[in-house]
Write a protein that binds this ligand. Structure first.
Ligand SMILES: [Zn+2]
Ligand SMILES: [Zn+2]
Length: 236
């Protein structure tokens, strides 16, 4: 399924069912996200990040609530609201079809792999670092636009909008100063201070301009949008 720059798909992947499912649970959805950037100049895609996330629901009727509660609230994928809604819709109908499939009746876990490809780049892009930086900056732009749009739609007073506008422009300029690198060895096995996931080898991370601490690319955006300083050293 495609929508402009975004291509997303859901599929069943039994290999992601955890072998240590908790006692007494009723249902578990295992989501596996992969975020990639497709380069216009070549056939290969660059995998920016890939991670798993587990959501527990107490009965089937609750599944919709659990899956529909907003992907980016608890995941690392920062996507424009419009795209997030489309993916949630697709995810729900896919989960429902999995539940109805007799093949899955004994399963208490729904192993769903969600893949999101972000087609960021136009023309030739020889420099990988530049490609990564552009992908993150573009996704930040989309999120900031959504943020302002939400303020307008929720009918806030004019002063709120002005304040939000200033906040967005501050975030935007900080985001431009960030450096994107492959996670340094010294961070392997450590947890990202925003999402609490461990950094896995080869993942692309954002390095804070002031203190050089690193976060996942999208987590860094989260820190900035919330108006926070570095969670490790409090530098801003
Ligand atoms: Zn993170
Ligand atoms: Zn820091």
């Amino acid at each position: 399924m495609e929508d402009g720059r975004y291509v997303y798909s859901c599929r069943q992947d039994d290999s992601i069912i955890p072998d240590n499912l908790p006692e007494g649970y009723k249902g578990v959805v295992n989501l596996w996200f992969r975020r990639e950037v497709e380069r216009a100049c070549c056939d290969d895609v660059l995998v920016l990040d890939s991670y798993r996330e587990q959501r527990v629901f107490s009965k089937v009727e609750n599944m919709e609530m659990v899956l529909g509660s907003g992907l980016s609230l608890s995941t690392r994928v920062t996507l424009p609201r419009r795209i997030e809604d489309l993916i949630t819709e697709k995810l729900l109908s896919f989960a429902n079809s999995m539940l109805k499939n007799p093949k899955n009746t004994d399963k208490k876990a729904l192993p769903i792999a969600v893949e999101v490809v972000v087609r960021t780049l136009q023309g030739s892009m020889e420099n990988e670092q530049e490609a990564i930086a552009r992908s993150f900056t573009e996704s930040a732009e989309a999120v900031l636009t959504d943020f302002l749009q939400a303020i307008i739609e929720e009918d806030h007073p004019e002063e709120d909008y002005q304040e939000a506008l200033e906040h967005v422009s501050a975030v935007r300029s900080k985001f431009k100063a960030v450096e994107y690198i492959t996670v340094p060895d010294s961070y392997l096995g450590k947890h990202c201070m925003f999402c609490n996931d461990k950094f896995s080898k080869g993942v692309f991370v954002a390095r804070m301009p002031v203190c050089s601490h690193v976060y996942h690319g999208d987590c860094f955006l989260g820190v900035l949008v919330l108006g926070e300083s570095c969670r490790i050293c409090l530098a801003s």
